[in-house]
Design a protein around this ligand. Sequence first.
Ligand SMILES: [Zn+2]
Length: 425
Amino acid sequence: MATISDLSLSDLRRELHKYPEAGWKEFRTTAYVAEELEERGYTVHLGEDAIDSTERLGVPDHAEIEGARTRARDEGAPEAYLERMGHITGLVAEKTFGDGRGPVVGLRVDMDALEMTEATGSDHRPANEGFASRHPNEMHACGHDGHTSIGVGVARALAIDGGFDGTLKIFFQPAEEGGRGGLPMSKTKHLDDIEYFIALHLGLDNETGKIIAGYERPLSNAKIDVDFRGEPAHAGKAPNEGHNALQSAATAIQNLYAIPRHEEGATRINVGQVHSPNAQNVISDHARMRVEVRGETADLNEYMLESADRVLEHAAGMYDTEYSTTLYGKTTTFEADDGLVSVVADAAQSVESVTTIVDREDIGASEDASYLIKRVQENGGEATYIGVGASNPSGHHTSRFDIDEEALQIGVDVVVETVRNLPSN
Ligand SMILES: [Zn+2]
């Protein structure tokens, strides 16, 4: 593929869908988007200039990153942009329009795929129409291919038709899944002067034509990887000499789920994986657990994290093992700002294909745009998160996930109309 600039929004989405890249591996996606946006007169910040690399969470090991970068090159990604981003994906594109006296507006879209395998049956449209994932164990099962396309669509519409006096910054964020890319992107200087900030999500079981102007109050979330390290021993000859890491993990699981619920609101905990690769006759010397906690507020999330840590410490103590934890990802929560919510609702009103407008609704899930939103709000800016219905035939994060591509243009139109209607502060 030469460039993506000739592709319609749905063809672009299909192109991205075909070549999904999981978190921190979005080299091909970043490179193609950067190329088009630079051609359209946007200033493009890449790699270390787009992400605070010291704050990155849940980064795959170097060999995996290098492999993804090589794959992107093999699949046509423009070399100049691969070079400019180095080993760090993500980009911020900015452009000042008109006399530039209007507001500085931020739009955040995410780009990463999930580590899962796409359905192949003929009842799954991407498979049936030849644009299913070509990458084993990677799939756009959450609609981020569509989000990236909407970001490009907004960049195109404003570059071509104008109608906005001000500065637009589009944040193409890596590694949203797991809550790994929002925090490092929120720490960059690009957020400092944003007066209005918009993030969005397709689908989420809303039909095409429905717009939620203030999707809010996502659960705060943290994912931790836990390692118990013990002492191996022969399970028959000297079991007493072992310090059983697997037993610590098992004890931890029982008690993590028993962390008391909190009077102040909803909390969640889940252990998704335990791994201890010993033979039957060896006292386990290492067990790894992947755990997540959530809370209705950031404080409740901290309550769960602290409680979990106490359980882990004592589960280690019971069997004389050592434990350590690594933060894999983290998100916080937010509420949308009234002023911006009503600008979005009014903008949606003027988009012909919008059939239903809801002012505010709780998201229910977790979302790491929360860190960018918080940062903008702390600086005195306004922010919201828009739900763009896309009649997804199957749930998010399932192998038959798909979106109605009509929703792409609706998303673009609502954002562009919003940007054009924002008051100057
Ligand atoms: Zn997702």
